[in-house]
Design a protein around this ligand. Structure first.
Ligand SMILES: NC(=O)c1ccc[n+]([C@@H]2O[C@H](COP(=O)([O-])OP(=O)(O)OC[C@H]3O[C@@H](n4cnc5c(N)ncnc54)[C@H](O)[C@@H]3O)[C@@H](O)[C@H]2O)c1
Length: 305
């Protein structure tokens, strides 16, 4: 098993199923040793997977090892401070180094905002936003120490945002807020960590997994080519490339990826401006704001609106 990540060590969170599983298999095929993290929860973050005596992380490790690759299972909760620390330590203790962190784990608790409860808000913000920050924080501390010891890393973080976080999504206010936060965290982390040899990018994927099987229910394979545009395996090649040394210099970006499509999202930018040079009176702002809106590009529609 060799490829563009040969000899690198990658942590992939939520890698027991879906998109994360495909990432882990692709990193292993590309020659990386992989820490396959998954706590094995249900779609809404509750319970533990009872479909097998082995948890989903160990099942993916077994697949990788059977194919001749190197992997170890880890069942820490990514949003638990000590768990995230132990996940990063697992890579260094098992394989001697850490080169790539792919933050991917998460779950949904969809509700319209007027019926969403505090627990649904807290759980989704926790697993996605803190579940990205905590492993990133511990990995960043490790890489900064390496750089200070004269071993500047060539390290990569790939975060997982979502179209919901970039444009909004009806019935997913908690998830959209967490995923928008992940896009902002990505830009911030890229700026803070560049001096230590670390790039930080994010993806906004789309694929058929248990999370989206209602949305992408049909087999969407193109009849002529057999290409299944919604297969989770379509997302992994970009993530492997971003995790490789070849992506040097690419940082602070969010890429949308699904099927055979790769695109770079264009985020918030300063827009049209009027400066009075003094404090505005509320009564005079109506025409000013309408002029600005006429000059600015219209926002893209919110998903499901
Ligand atoms: N499927 C899509 O179209 C789509 C679209 C946009 C974004 N995403 C994002 O991609 C990522 C992967 O989603 P998926 O569709 O593969 O979902 P999935 O449910 O198939 O996989 C997510 C995995 O994360 C694990 N997990 C949940 N909480 C965890 C925790 N605290 N610690 C460790 N592991 C945990 C689950 O056990 C599960 O195996 C998620 O961040 C999701 O929001 C997916």
């Amino acid at each position: 098993m060799t490829g563009i990540v040969d000899g690198r060590v990658a942590v992939v969170t939520g890698a027991g199923r879906g998109i994360g599983r495909a990432h882990a298999l692709a990193f292993a095929t590309g020659g990386a040793a992989v820490v396959v993290n998954d706590i094995g929860v249900g779609l809404d973050g509750s319970g533990r997977d009872a479909t097998s005596a082995k948890g989903p992380a160990q099942q993916v490790v077994d697949e990788i090892v059977a194919a001749g690759g190197r992997a170890v299972a880890n069942t820490d909760d990514v949003a638990d401070w000590a768990g995230a620390r132990s996940l990063i330590d697992c890579a260094v203790d098992t394989f001697g180094r850490l080169d790539v962190l792919v933050n991917n784990a998460g779950f949904l608790r969809d509700r319209m905002l007027f019926t969403m409860g505090e627990a649904e808000w807290d759980a989704v913000i926790r697993v996605h936003l803190k579940g990205h920050f905590a492993p990133l924080r511990h990995a960043a501390e490790h890489w900064r120490a390496e750089a200070k010891a004269g071993r500047t890393p060539d390290a990569r973080v790939i975060n997982t945002s979502s179209g919901a976080g970039l444009l909004g999504s009806i019935g997913q206010g908690n998830y959209a807020a967490a995923k928008a936060g992940i896009a902002a965290l990505t830009v911030n982390a890229a700026a803070e960590l560049s001096r230590y040899g670390v790039t930080v990018n994010a993806i906004a994927p789309a694929a058929r997994t248990r999370m989206t099987e209602a949305t992408f229910a049909d087999d969407m394979a193109a009849p002529a080519t057999g290409f299944d545009a919604m297969a989770p395996e379509n997302v992994a090649p970009l993530v492997v490339w971003l995790g490789s040394a070849e992506s040097a210099g690419v940082t602070g970006r969010v890429f949308e990826v699904d099927g055979g499509r790769v695109s770079v999202a264009q985020g918030w930018r300063h827009g049209p401006v009027r400066d009075k040079g003094a404090r505005w009176d509320p009564a005079e702002l109506g025409p000013v704001v309408r002029e600005l809106l006429a000059e600015a590009p219209a926002p893209e529609p919110v998903y499901g609106a």
